[in-house]
Design a protein around this ligand. Structure first.
Ligand code: C2O
Ligand code: CU
Length: 643
């Protein structure tokens, strides 16, 4: 199922295919007639065996309700047909050749017959084509071109095989290759291959200028058009919390490279507000040459405040400012980060935590936040008095999945992605997988000895201890906490049996192809990369069901802006514990997730993998509300590049 396995599989088939074709072709002139025939027969069976092994995983996936994908199907058709033809004509001839004392002229001629030679040679051509196709992921673009190349090569092979038989039969050639024709044939192939590349690169190049308005938008819009800049929310009454956050370069202790910071530190200034307060935050950009923005990850802000360069605003230029304004509606653990060249900017430090306390005040006596990030590596020791109720909030600001374990005391997983779980049970020695961008809140009573939250992959860990110095080791491993059954159910506004007005299925995979004007490793949505990935269109009020299927070999934490989605099922297993509201859905290889959300926050919203390297290499799509337009554009000519 994975691309690498696919490609290796293609090569494993291609090699014996070529050797088989070679042996069959040589047979009529072979000096050691019997040995050549035996080798050909052996290689044929080898091809059959490898092909069966290659198709086995796909066949097994069928048992899990996964569709038999286009790749195995194509392999089956392109290789299955010549192999079947060979079983009918080539194999009997090889058997005759092995039994015969020596090659009679009649047998030689039979061995050169097209119906004996062609299956092997066409299978070899098909094998080469399959390997090439698995290398290039935008199959829809190159399929007809590669089909043309295949037809061309097949034609050459057919002519060659018939010519050879005529020669062996002592007949005159019907076709004579002029030196020019000999030169032209490979030239045509080179031009065709270059054509595939050129078409691929223009179709998927990162645009100079692209507006999310027209992008993949089908059908007429109804109602009056709304501009994203009008979707500012408010007016808000009640208390206002004002902040100024300066983006600037800074040198972190012990690091040669300059970091980029919000407020002079990495992680940036921790923001803490109370539910119901209006946040008014002025971003001042003092970075020397780097435009930036702030996105409020997990806070369902009005669209104009979402901070996505080129979609909801222009990136704030050096020396410029932008004021974000939104109401802190739902208490929980969130974070903020740049959404301009996010992969680089978040990696270099432009992120921080945002905690919204309930109206009643802090959720526990001791409230600590841990941001997991490579610039924040190391063991953080903090002093905590025994007997205190502790809320420990952890944010995964890295791109990769973190397997986090809490050790030292029984705990409850109080919240996921900022949303409280209902009646979470107390557990101990359990691990939690947190995808890039995801959050988890743990609650426990501080014991008279140290406790620790961290993971084997992460080099960030937090140790709380009564004296602030003693520590405890990371446990080797702990079973994963199963969120499909954790906590107690409670009514939700919609669920598995609701009548959905829209259903989207999103396939996640990877491959090699053309993107942003170059050839590279890509992460794909429905076999395509941004900006060719489809735009998901909804109407305000739609009840939307989404299916994510991970057909690749990497974790994909899919993050939808502006909405929380309710987890319905994972691999067909329904969520029967506490309702799980997510903004970052960690879809692991082979997994299928069903989630649902209400389209109640009009705008143009990103939906992307929060492994930011994946997002920047294609795994980006958008959720658009009908009638919403943006005056902003993305692309190299605009200075806006959200990923
Ligand atoms: Cu946390 Cu689109 O990002
Ligand atoms: Cu990903």
């Amino acid at each position: 199922m994975g691309f690498l396995l696919e490609f290796m599989g293609s090569l494993l088939v291609l090699l014996p295919l070529l050797l088989w074709a070679r042996a069959v072709r040589r047979l009529p002139d072979a000096r050691n007639w019997q040995r050549t025939a035996r080798a050909a027969r052996r290689r044929y069976y080898y091809v059959l065996a490898v092909l069966a092994l290659k198709l086995l995983p796909a066949a097994l996936l069928l048992g899990h309700g996964l569709a038999f994908g286009i790749r195995p199907l194509r392999t089956l058709v392109l290789l299955g047909v010549p192999l079947a033809l060979a079983a009918r004509d080539t194999l009997p001839l090889l058997n005759r050749a092995i039994r015969a004392a020596g090659p009679t002229p009649e047998l030689r001629l039979a061995a050169a017959a097209p119906r004996v030679v062609l299956p092997a040679r066409l299978a070899a051509v098909a094998g080469g084509l399959l390997a090439a196709l698995n290398l290039v992921v935008q199959e829809t673009i190159t399929l007809w071109l590669s089909g043309g190349v295949f037809a061309l090569v097949a034609l050459v092979v057919v002519v060659d095989v018939t010519q050879r038989q005529r020669r062996l039969a002592g007949q005159a050639r019907t076709v004579r290759w002029s030196p020019w024709a000999r030169l032209a044939a490979p030239l045509v192939l080179v031009v065709a291959a270059a054509g595939c590349g050129a078409v691929g690169s223009t179709m998927s190049a990162f645009p100079d200028r692209l507006s999310m308005n027209a992008h993949g938008h089908h059908g007429a819009t109804s109602g009056p058009a709304v501009n994203v800049t009008d979707l500012v929310g408010g007016p808000y009454s009640g208390p206002v919390r004002r902040f100024t956050l300066v983006a600037d370069e800074a040198r972190l202790p012990g690091r040669a490279e300059e970091a980029w910071t919000f407020g002079g530190t990495v992680p940036g200034t921790p923001l803490r507000v109370r539910q119901g307060e209006t946040v008014e935050l002025k971003l001042v950009n003092r970075l020397e040459r780097t435009p930036t923005t702030i996105h409020w990850h997990g806070v369902d802000v009005p669209n104009a405040m979402d901070g996505v360069a080129g979609v909801t605003q222009d990136a704030v230029q050096p020396g410029g400012e932008f004021t974000y304004r939104f109401r802190a509606d739902k208490p929980g653990t969130y974070w903020y980060h740049s959404h301009q060249v996010a992969n680089e900017q978040v990696t270099r430090g432009l992120f921080g935590s945002l905690v919204i306390d309930p109206t009643t005040g802090p959720a526990a006596e001791v409230d600590e936040t841990l941001m997991v990030h490579h610039l924040n590596a190391g063991v953080d020791l903090r002093r905590t008095e025994p007997g205190r109720r502790v809320r420990l909030r952890v944010v995964n600001a890295n791109s990769g999945t973190e397997r986090l374990t809490f050790t030292g005391a029984p705990f409850r997983l109080a919240a996921v992605d900022g949303q409280d779980l209902h009646e979470p049970a107390e557990v101990s020695e359990r691990s939690i997988n947190l995808g890039g961008g995801g959050r988890a809140d743990l609650e426990f009573t501080m014991p008279p000895h140290p406790v620790r939250l961290g993971g084997p992959a992460t080099r960030t860990a937090l140790v709380l201890s009564p004296d602030g110095v003693s520590t405890v080791d990371q446990p080797k491993s702990a079973p994963e906490l199963d969120l499909t059954t954790y906590g107690k159910p409670r009514p939700t506004p919609f669920g598995p049996d609701s009548a959905y007005t829209k259903h989207f299925t999103v396939d996640l995979d990877q491959g090699v192809g053309f993107h942003a004007g170059g050839l590279g490793f890509l992460w794909t949505v429905d076999g395509r990369v941004f900006p060719d990935a489809p735009m998901l269109m909804v109407r305000q009020g739609d009840l939307v069901r989404m299916t994510f299927r991970n057909k690749g070999i990497n974790d994909h934490p899919m993050h939808l802006h502006g909405h929380h989605v309710l987890a319905l099922s994972r691999d067909g297993t329904p969520f029967t514990g506490s309702p799980l509201w997510l903004d970052t859905v960690l879809v692991r290889p082979g997994q299928t997730w069903e989630v649902a959300f209400q389209a109640d926050n009009p705008g143009i919203w990103m939906d992307h993998c929060h492994d930011l390297l994946h997002a920047t290499n294609g795994m980006t799509l958008h959720l658009g509300y009908e009638g919403v337009r943006t005056p902003f554009t993305v692309g190299s000519a605009t200075g806006n590049k959200p990923e």
